[in-house]
Ligand binder design. Structure first.
Ligand code: FPP
Ligand code: MG
Length: 327
């Protein structure tokens, strides 16, 4: 049994129910729009966010049947994530997502943007129709932060600038917020106390920060199975933690040379390879790994506050999974 299957075990039935709930609502009258939705739903990822919602609900409501509120929360976080990636591939002009042609590659950028919008509108339509207004209200601020994080990141790419403070703020907004919201809203959905919701927010934030740093490390790994070419961040002019760590310890002359290489990397594969080599040999990946481990330990410490159970074990294994993944 794979690690992910072990993590899913305590909520296997709920995951199936949740998928049916989502497919029943992610529909379109028009066959063309439906075909786009089918393609996108068929190419979704590992479902870490809805899994986190379900585990958090289960953790705070043991032995009780979970209701529509949990399914709704799980669907909303997954659909925000899905739509954000459809839009992200347009922004990054990425031809592939998870080893398959991206939506923009198949139908063009205009249709991809519109389809992302359609997914968001449909998800929140379902949220409002359900009458559980607190759930979409809780989640929508995550979407706002996601957009804000992406906007700041875009501006940093455009100007080839980055600071540690900005980097941490960007990855918090673009990744950690949706994971912390997933963990928190799972607790909200079953009426957990404010203290528990705050604890889940802390867990999800730490896990999400570690998740994005791992993503940024994997981008340098030529053997990673991410479904995308390695070093894409460099080609996009993106300064992530491995390169940032090297820039921080470089003198002004060296820093300028690295920034020039980054600008050249948009079109020059030799510059990409040189930067990869520099970041690797000067300990950039190791520095990023150290900070990732630090966040992971924070996430583990929160989980350790709960009494032992199969759900707590799944959350512990989720930390292992994020730390060890290569895709
Ligand atoms: C992937 O980043 C992208 C995100 C984590 C967020 C993208 C957010 C937006 C485009 C804002 C719009 C939001 C909504 C809800 C429509 P990445 O490019 O580092 O990762 P990748 O390598 O997987 O593409
Ligand atoms: Mg991208």
């Amino acid at each position: 049994m794979s690690l992910l299957e072990q993590i899913r075990r305590p909520v296997e039935d709920l995951l199936r129910e949740c998928r049916t709930y989502m497919c029943d609502r992610m529909t379109a009258d028009d066959p063309f729009v439906q075909s786009m939705l089918d393609y996108i739903i068929g190419n979704m990822g590992k479902g870490v966010r809805p899994l986190l919602v379900l585990l958090s609900s289960r953790l705070h409501a043991e032995g009780v049947a979970l209701g529509e509120r949990t399914n709704l929360a799980a669907m909303l976080v997954e659909m925000i994530h899905t739509a954000s990636l459809v839009h992200d591939d347009v922004i990054d002009e990425s031809p592939m997502r998870r080893g398959n042609p991206s939506v923009n590659n198949r139908w063009g950028a205009n249709s991809a943007v519109l389809c992302g919008d359609y997914i968001l509108a449909t998800a929140f339509d379902a949220g409002m129709t359900s009458g559980h207004y607190d759930i979409p209200t809780f989640i929508i601020s995550a979407m706002r932060q996601l957009c804000s994080g992406e906007l700041v990141q875009n501006e940093c790419n455009r100007t080839s600038t980055m600071t540690r403070e900005l980097y941490l703020d960007i990855i918090n907004k673009k990744t950690a917020v949706l994971l912390s919201t997933s963990a928190a809203v799972g607790a909200v959905a079953v009426g957990a106390s404010r203290e528990c919701v705050e604890r889940m927010t802390e867990f999800g934030t730490a896990l999400g920060m570690a998740f994005q740093i791992k993503d940024d490390i994997l981008d340098y790994d030529v053997d990673a199975q991410t479904g995308k070419p390695s070093c894409n961040d460099l080609r996009e002019g993106k300064i992530t933690l491995p390169l940032l760590s090297v820039l921080e310890s470089a003198d002004e002359c060296e820093r300028q040379r690295l920034v020039a290489l980054l600008q050249a990397a948009r079109t020059d594969e030799c510059a990409v390879e040189q930067l990869r080599e520099i970041v690797t040999t000067r300990g950039g990946l190791q520095a990023a790994q150290t900070l990732m481990d630090d966040y992971m330990n924070r996430a583990r410490a929160v989980v350790a506050m709960y009494p032992a159970s199969d759900v707590r074990r799944s959350l512990e294994l989720l930390c292992e999974f994020v730390a060890a993944r290569n895709n």
